[in-house]
Ligand binder design. Structure first.
Ligand SMILES: [Zn+2]
Length: 255
């Protein structure tokens, strides 16, 4: 499970202007402008999008995973906490214990109520796989695709940071380069595509890929499956002129 460092944020968080500060620090609201993400962008962003982009579990799911793994570990006969987690609860249920809350999760991996040491590593791994699978299946549909997003192609990591940020913003449908989004946060008077003055159309992520005045063969799903090709498209798009030139590494020499 990746730990998010306040010094180096994943592109998805950088794109949403997540504010990280020590406890007790005061929060100063920045001014909104068409060129800088605002706190409205953060408040509108889908948590499911953030968890998917950052490959991190929601806090509740992560803590539940750690608890179930610790319970499994403690149910090994030689574990120092074995007697604690196998002691029967009292006659009255005052509050949940580690065992009462997570025993049902661990039970399929037990043999006669204990975890055999030979099954330990495999059980810890299976608990992790189950938690991640359940978390992925419970994510909200992506607002652009209308269904759970696929995995992002690994080639995205070869792109410069600014392009990865814009791609993440577009995948969340909250991109300050698009007029429909700026209009939704009162940063623009009009939501319409500036390239289509004769046919006013809201400049959404879908329109970005279907605008007749900026034609492309790409589609929104390519932001996940072909991020490099989408970045090349963005590098020549009039809305993304603030992005630095996209310098691609030279092709591999023939063998
Ligand atoms: Zn257009």
């Amino acid at each position: 499970m990746p730990i998010i460092s306040p010094l180096r944020l994943p592109p998805a968080l950088e794109s949403l202007n997540v504010w990280l500060a020590p406890p007790g620090a005061t929060r100063k609201k920045p001014s909104s402008s068409p060129t800088t993400p605002s706190f409205a962008q953060f408040s509108q962003a889908s948590l499911s999008h953030l968890h998917h982009e950052c490959k991190s579990l929601p806090v509740h799911d992560h803590l539940s995973l750690l608890c179930s793994q610790y319970l499994a570990s403690s149910l090994r006969p030689n574990h120092p906490s074995h007697s604690n987690v196998t002691t029967p609860p009292g006659p009255r249920k005052m509050k949940h214990t580690l065992q009462s809350r997570f025993h049902r999760t661990v039970d399929p991996y037990l043999t006669n109520g204990v975890l055999l040491p030979s099954d330990y590593k495999r059980t810890i791994s299976l608990l992790h796989t189950s938690a991640v699978t359940n978390s992925i299946n419970s994510l909200d549909p992506n607002p652009i695709l209308g269904h759970a997003p696929p995995e992002i192609d690994p080639s995205e990591v070869t792109l410069p940071k600014h392009y990865r940020t814009s791609l993440s913003q577009l995948r969340s449908s909250h991109c300050p380069k698009l007029m429909s989004y700026l209009h939704s946060i009162n940063a623009s008077l009009t939501p319409y595509c500036p390239s289509c003055p004769n046919d006013p159309t809201p400049e959404t992520v879908q329109h970005l890929f279907s605008c007749p005045n900026n034609p492309t063969t790409l589609s929104p799903i390519d932001m996940w499956s072909s991020p490099v090709r989408v970045a090349e498209f963005l590098s020549s798009h009039p809305n993304f002129t603030s992005l630095p030139p996209l310098q691609r590494p030279p092709p591999e020499p023939p063998p």
